[in-house]
Design a protein around this ligand. Structure first.
Ligand code: NAG
Ligand code: NAG
Ligand code: NAG
Ligand code: NAG
Length: 866
């Protein structure tokens, strides 16, 4: 039952309560047993997806939620972002991207449930793991342990959120969409590390949460033992091995990692959809009943919200919806088909435990048989190399390597995790012929866009504005000698001084050189060595950049070593220490430092080594350009900008600005920053995040197979290129005219090459296996069809590839195999060119006859959309 129905029922209940006290038994409720979450008396197999509200804009939310629903999700999961909601103690913010209630109500309006992960520790590659930085400076505090100041703060915020949800009637027990909440987050490893105080804290957190009486279950993830009635859940790439701590709790997966996060300097991770689908089926066949995709839409770490350090601005995550909110095909479509196929099995799945039998050395059958009502089977092949034919209940089935097939009636295969292909579309009449699925909402069976199902696509970034006219402004290097500086003896930790109000802290000191220093004659300049806790450091001598060093997420600490071209008299040594996101995970990460903590030494002077660590340093928080708000319209007019022939290019520490007019259409937009170094970007005064294309991606980018155990290192892309080249510009941040674009560049770059690009579909592909029934025609003898369609406003202009036989490769990179029907192209040329959509029956006759009788064949086709 949808939660909207329950809301209505709840209101009726209030009325009927006056007359019939027995009506209480039908109240809205969420409970659970060993098999599943039970919503209003019904066990449910639920699919959920993480969409973090501040990682997109409110204008994007309705479409993201709608696409999640069309992708077959029942629920949306989100963290609650404490540091966004309480930027300073007691000062709350719940507007714009942080309008939590609005987000939840939109999910409710779409008819989906919500899993609310309050935390308030959330990790999430989010700055400081979601904790406000001021929390670190509460006297006596220690994070995430049995510590009174911490527990008081945590309880205060958790209660604040729960009360807010209650006031809006958002819990399912009140007729709202929230079916579950979460307290803490992946605490198990910390508890294991710190022992007794960790155990006490877990008990306290659990009891505190349960005491808030939300009327819906609480979960704790990645935590082996939890206080009842809390449910412990699994987060991993695979969770089929997982068992809850008590036999009367359901087996739930709160984070199925759909990919992985991008770090500046590392190759970009991705996860093949065949393996992702395999992991879901392995979990479901082993009794799992709740799967949440982390992330379903990753989005963007706008402003300075990325954690890390070194987490990139894009939080795309290779999720089914890409960073821009567009379906990532074939991932989105294949998972939607999987959800439909599993929903066909739901009556059997929620009724019984599976009966497991071996079909071969590496092949298994899981049968959920509650005959005469329902029977569903999963046939699995764990072999990583070979397709295998198995016999199950007197019928033969071909199982591709590392794959699981779904048989919703224990007879016919409607889905295989490794066979990504376009299903034909179901008609309403066909649906009604599939029996015993009345509990499944009918909308699952209607094709989403037009008549078409999943197809692969290759996206392209098309420049819509380039050749912008730029102006530049020099950031002041010796600004530490102006106002707002503090002089102190010794070296101080960075966040203590900045409170993370900015990435930047200047450390400046004088080095006085006697004219009698030997090096002035020999030219053997003294060696400067700086030890810094991270994350990046620019070293200036007398106002000139002499070097830049930076760490990485694995090792944020850094050392600068370089000879200093000192002159006789007073020299100014200015160190610009730069943070790149505060840590979000690790034992007591609140104690981790940022900045130049020393020692700072110079060797090669007449008196040997000088230790600068304890001498007087001037501190200045932030840049002059930040103090002047150069990123805003009013601030940017407060200084003289250089332009035309005086425009400064490829120099460090430059501010750049330009304006541009509106972009037609509604395709998502991004900035191509490929020729820039490192810094930050603002549109109309709002930060779109840190850019760092100069940090080249390293890693192992060899072809990866979907088959075999996946981990976050297995599949990587972009080696040798920027880890992040494109930066999302939310459309809703633009005005019709005169949009102000401001870039601060630390390292040096060429802004004249920055372009604004539009993200759209470059080409679409289909892979159809000859003779295999599809999800929606499995009950008939219908032959498969290849459907191709370009998005509205685009048409098929070219057939880039077509082969019926044994073509190799993937969408965008197909090649012919040893078997190829020579008329593969003809039919597509004839039926598709110049049209938005077309379809072709996949039978040998259409392609001029069977090119290799007796072998399995496939059609692969790629069409260019223009
Ligand atoms: C499990 O399957 C095997 C093989 O089909 C069958 O012999 C056995 O009776 C089944 N067990 C149950 C409890 O259904
Ligand atoms: C933080 O900075 C202040 C000076 O502003 C200093 O007195 C204090 O000792 C510093 N605390 C830490 C933990 O570094
Ligand atoms: C420099 O001084 C600091 C602070 O007194 C001390 O910790 C460090 O060991 C000294 N380093 C050297 C190389 O003398
Ligand atoms: C800069 O842009 C021009 C024109 O778009 C292009 O040809 C050139 O390759 C770009 N340079 C770099 C370094 O990307």
């Amino acid at each position: 039952m949808g939660n909207a129905d329950c809301g209505a029922m709840f209101k009726m209940l209030i009325l009927s309560l006056l007359f019939f006290s027995w009506a209480l038994s039908v109240t809205c409720s969420v409970t659970y047993d060993h098999r599943a979450i039970i919503i209003n008396g019904q066990r449910r197999i639920l699919f959920s997806g993480s969409i973090h509200y501040p990682r997109s804009t409110p204008e994007m939310w309705p479409e993201l939620i709608q696409r999640a629903k069309e992708g077959g999700l029942d629920a949306i999961q989100t963290y609650v972002f404490w540091n966004g909601h309480e930027p300073s103690p007691g000062k709350y913010y719940f507007e714009d991207r942080y309008d939590l209630v609005r987000f939840i109500k939109l999910v409710q309006q779409a008819g989906l449930y919500v899993h609310l992960r309050i935390g308030p520790y959330i990790c999430g590659e989010w700055n400081f793991g979601g904790f406000p930085v001021w929390l670190k400076y509460v006297p006596g505090i220690e994070f995430r342990t049995d510590n009174e100041p911490f527990k008081a703060a945590m309880e205060g915020f958790t209660e604040k959120i729960v009360n807010m949800m209650k006031a809006e009637n958002l819990f399912e027990s009140q007729g709202g969409p929230i079916i579950m909440s979460q307290i803490e987050n992946e605490y198990g490893p910390v508890e294991w590390e710190i022992g007794a105080p960790g155990k006490a804290y877990t008990q306290w957190a659990g009891n505190m949460a349960v005491g808030l009486n939300t009327g819906v279950p609480w979960i704790m993830c990645k935590q082996d033992h939890v206080p009842d009635p809390i449910i412990n859940t699994c987060n991993d790439f695979y969770c089929d091995w997982f068992k809850p701590d008590k036999p009367y709790k359901p087996k739930m997966w709160t984070e199925l990692w759909t990919g992985w996060f991008t770090e500046f300097g590392l190759a970009v991770p991705y996860r093949p959809v065949e393996d992702m689908a395999f992991s879901v089926l392995k979990f479901i066949q082993n009794g799992g009943s709740f799967v949440n995709y982390y992330m379903y839409h990753g989005g963007t770490n706008l402003e300075r919200t990325s954690g890390g350090p070194f987490i990139a601005t894009s939080y795309d995550y290779d999720a089914p919806l890409d960073e821009y909110g567009l379906p990532r095909e074939p991932k989105w479509g294949h998972m939607r088909d999987l959800h439909r196929a599993i929903k066909l099995c739901e009556p059997a799945l929620v009724s019984v435990d599976p009966n497991v039998t071996w079909l071969g050395k590496n092949q298994e059958a899981h049968v959920f048989n509650s005959q005469p009502e329902a029977c569903a089977a999963f046939l699995a092949n764990y072999d990583t190399e070979y397709s295998v034919k198995v016999t199950f209940w007197n019928a033969e089935y071909e199982l591709p390597p590392w794959s699981i097939s779904i048989l919703p009636d224990c007879k016919k295969v409607v889905f295989n995790s490794a066979r990504v292909r376009i299903p034909a579309c179901a008609s309403a009449a066909a649906i009604s012929r599939i029996g015993r699925i009345s509990s499944v909402p009918v909308h699952f069976f209607f094709c989403i866009s037009l008549q078409i199902g999943a197809q692969s696509s290759v996206m392209k970034m098309t420049p819509v504005i380039n050749g912008l006219t730029w102006q530049s402004y020099n950031e002041e290097i010796t600004s530490a000698y102006e106002k707002d500086t503090v002089a102190m003896n010794g070296l101080y930790e960075q966040v203590n001084l900045t409170r993370d109000s900015t990435d930047y802290l200047w450390y400046t000191t004088d080095i006085t050189i006697d004219p009698n220093e030997e090096f002035l004659k020999t030219g053997e300049y003294p060696l400067l060595i700086i030890w810094s806790a991270g994350h990046a450091l620019h070293v200036f001598l007398n106002g000139r950049l002499v070097g830049t060093v930076y760490g990485s997420q694995k090792n944020p600490k850094l050392t600068y070593t370089g000879n200093l071209n000192l002159r006789a008299g007073i020299n100014k040594l200015s160190l610009l220490s730069v943070s790149v996101g505060l840590p979000n995970v690790g034992i007591h990460y609140e104690r981790w430092n940022v900045g130049v903590l020393g020692p700072v030494t110079i060797t090669g002077l007449n008196s040997g080594t000088w230790n600068l660590s304890t001498q007087e340093w001037s501190y200045k928080v932030g840049l002059k350009g930040e103090a002047l708000s150069l990123h805003t319209l009013s601030g940017s007019t407060s200084v003289e900008w250089a332009q035309g022939p005086s425009l400064v290019l490829n120099q460090p520490m430059q501010w750049y600005k330009t304006t541009f007019n509106a972009i037609q259409g509604n395709a998502p937009l991004a900035l191509d920053m490929n020729t820039m170094g490192k810094g930050q970007v603002w549109i109309n005064g709002r930060s779109i995040g840190r850019h760092w294309p100069a940090y080249t991606a390293h890693g192992n980018c060899i072809e990866c197979s979907y088959a075999g155990a996946f981990d976050d290192q297995k599949c990587r892309a972009n080696c040798g290129e920027a880890s992040q080249r494109w930066y999302h510009v939310p459309r809703s941040w633009l005005s019709p005219t005169e949009n102000l674009l401001v870039v601060f560049e630390e390292m040096g770059g060429d802004p004249t090459n920055i372009s604004l690009v539009e993200r759209n579909v470059g080409s679409v592909c289909a892979d159809i296996f000859d003779g295999q029934p599809s999800l929606t025609n499995w009950h008939t003898a219908a032959k498969p069809k290849a459907h191709l369609w370009c998005p509205p406003g685009q048409k098929i202009s070219e057939i880039k590839f077509a082969s019926f036989g044994n073509p190799q490769g993937k969408c965008g990179k197909y090649s012919e195999g040893s078997c190829h029907a020579h008329r593969s192209y003809d039919i597509f040329q004839k039926k598709c060119i110049g049209r938005q959509l077309c379809n072709v029956l996949v039978v040998p006759e259409v392609f001029g006859g069977d090119p290799c009788p007796g072998t399995d064949k496939k059609l692969s086709v790629e069409a260019i959309c223009s």
